[in-house]
Design a protein. Structure first.
Length: 249
């Protein structure tokens, strides 16, 4: 867990999960967690959506590693996510266009649009993007090595298709799910497409397999203590993710 929070402050890093040392889901908290040599070993990143706390470190990873890479960093996302990366980040205005640096034929960053609910092979893993509910196009990712599958919700409020897919996933090993705001800010959560503990509790009732471990992330730093207390009072086995947590599924 390079980053597992819904924002940044001392002791908090935005979302980035590292798998097998070479593949990341989201890129919010990479550079504060990995030395430059480890950043250069990254082979692929899958972005759940375009919001800064999930993609901002792509800029510095590119800048830190362009001279160290033997091959481009492959970045995957839904069509609009990739379009906005090119238009608003790697545009030679907000940030240099690392999709053409050092050269167009040997770039630092290579962008790939993924189709919803279609398997994409990344090294030894397969990912599948499932649409969820947020203020911009956002996807959950199913990540499989052929013998087990984990799910990462991305930013979402109450949704339907994700749970339908998970209920049909026979080898589901864990679900990593967001929860951003306390119950007192339910209206804010609804407007911004996020869970509170009370809406998360309702959503988890849609998951048929009650034995699958549930890991919660994306707690907003200003409300961390309040959200954590409410999650612990839900009466369901949950684990709140912490920086540097490591798991084998």
């Amino acid at each position: 867990m390079l980053g597992c929070h819904g924002g940044e402050a001392p002791g908090f890093r935005a979302t980035a999960f590292l798998i097998d040392d070479v593949f990341a889901i989201d890129a919010g908290g990479i550079v504060g967690a990995l030395p430059i040599t480890a950043q250069a070993r990254l082979e692929a990143v899958a972005l759940s959506h375009i919001h800064l706390d999930h993609m901002k470190d792509l800029a510095m990873v590119a800048d830190n590693t362009f001279a160290l890479r033997r091959s481009p960093l492959d970045v995957y996302g839904a069509e609009t996510t990739v379009k906005h990366l090119k238009r608003h980040l790697f545009n030679d205005k907000l940030w240099p266009d690392f999709t053409r640096i050092p050269t167009a034929s040997r770039p630092t960053i290579r962008l790939h649009s993924v189709s919803l609910e279609k398997d994409v092979r990344i090294g030894r893993l397969t990912i599948r993007a499932i649409p969820v509910f947020h203020t911009v196009e956002s996807v959950a990712f199913l990540v499989s090595d052929g013998s087990g599958t984990i799910a990462v919700s991305g930013d979402t409020g109450p949704t339907t298709r994700l749970w339908e897919v998970l209920n049909g996933t026979h080898d589901l090993r864990a679900v990593l799910v967001e929860c951003s705001f306390p119950n007192a800010l339910q209206e804010v959560a609804d407007l911004s497409g996020h869970f509170t503990p009370q809406t998360l509790k309702t959503e988890l009732e849609k998951l048929a397999n009650r034995d699958v471990p549930i890991f919660v992330y994306h707690l907003k730093p200003p409300f961390y203590g309040e959200v954590a207390r409410e999650l612990r009072g839900m009466g369901r086995r949950l684990r709140i993710l912490k920086l540097a947590d490591e798991f084998r599924f």
